[in-house]
Design a protein around this ligand. Sequence first.
Ligand code: FA5
Length: 339
Amino acid sequence: MQALKEQFTADLAAAKTADAIEQVRIKYLGKKGSITNLAKNTDFHSLSIEEKKAFGSKLNELKNFAEQALAAAKEAAANAAPAKKTTGLDLTLPGTGRTLGSLHPITLIQMELESIFQGMGFTVVPSPECELEFYNFDAVNIPSDHPAREMQDTYWLKNQMLMRTHTSANQVRAMQKLGVPLRAIFPGRCFRNEAVDPSHENTFYQCEGLVVDKNISVANLIAVMKTLLSQIFHYEATVRLRQGFFPFVEPGFELDFQCQLCHGEGCSTCHGTGWLELIPCGLIHPRVLEHAGVDPNEYSGFAFGVGLTRLAMMKFGIPDIRLLNAGDVRFNTQFPTFV
Ligand code: FA5
C-alpha cells in the first residue's frame, strides 16, 4: 500500500490538466484501478479478524488520501490561468521614428537658381547629357582643329556622340528650336575626363544661360550676374571681372568669386589664389548666331555658364568638391531644405 501510495502521488504530480488527472483517477480508483483491485485481490479467509480490521482501515485511509488528493488537483487545474494567446504584437514597444528625406546641396542650389532666373523672366529648359559632337563643339565655334577642344578632355561615345563637356552645347539647338528672342537657362551635368582635386570633378554641374534679343549689351549681362549673386548669397559678394577667352563669345569674361572658405587668403580649395572661377560669360559670337540661323546684324545676346557645383561649395562652405559625388548620407543630409 505504501508503494502504491508513492506511485499514485508521483503520477498525480505529473498530471497538469483535468484530463490527465482523470486518467490518474481511473488508473487507481476506477473499477479496475490499482487501489480498487487491492480489496478484490486479497484473500480475506487467510486473515485473522484483527488483520482484516487493520487491512480495511489502511485501505480506507489510502482511498481517502487518493480521493482528497485528486479533488485538490482538479480544483488547482481549474483555477490555473489559461495559457496566454499571443499575437506577436507588443503595443508597449516604442515606435520607429521616420526619417525625413533631404535634398542634395546641388539640387538645392539648382532649385534656387531656377527660381531666381524665373523671377527675371527666364525659361528653365531640360537638356540631354549625351550630345552630338556638332552641338558640343562645332556649333559653338570650336572646330576639330581648335586648341579649345583640348581644354575640355572629352568622354567619347559612338557615332560622333559624346558626354557633353559643357552646357554651352545647348546654345545653338535652343535658338533653332525655341527661336529668338530668347531668355532661357539650361542646368545640368557635364563630364570631363580630367584629374580630380578639391575643386575639379570629372562629373559636375553647370547652368548655361542664354539671352538673345535686339540691342543686348555687356551692361545687361552684368546686371543679370549682379542680381543672381546678390540673391544667392544675400550679401554683396566680392567678385572680379576679367577678360576670358571662349570661342563662342566676343568679348569674353571670367567672373571670379572670392573664395568663401578662406575669404581671399588662399587655401587648397582655391589653389592658394583666393579666387574661384565661377561664371565665365560674354556676348554671343556672331558665328554662333549664324549657326543657329539668327541674323547677327539684327540680334545680339549674351551667354554665361555658371559652375553650379562650385556655387554650392561657396554657398554651403564645402571645402572639397569630391564630397558632393561621394554619396555619403551623413554629408548629404546636412543641408537646410529651404535656403
Ligand atoms: C565653359 O564650360 C563654358 N562653356 C562656359 C561659358 C558659357 C563661357 C557661356 C562663356 C559663355 P569652363 O570650362 O571655364 O567654361 O567651365 C565653366 C565653369 O564650370 C567653371 O568656371 C567652373 O565653375 C565649372 N567647372 C569647369 N570644370 C569643372 C570641373 N572639372 N569641376 C567642377 N567645376 C568645373
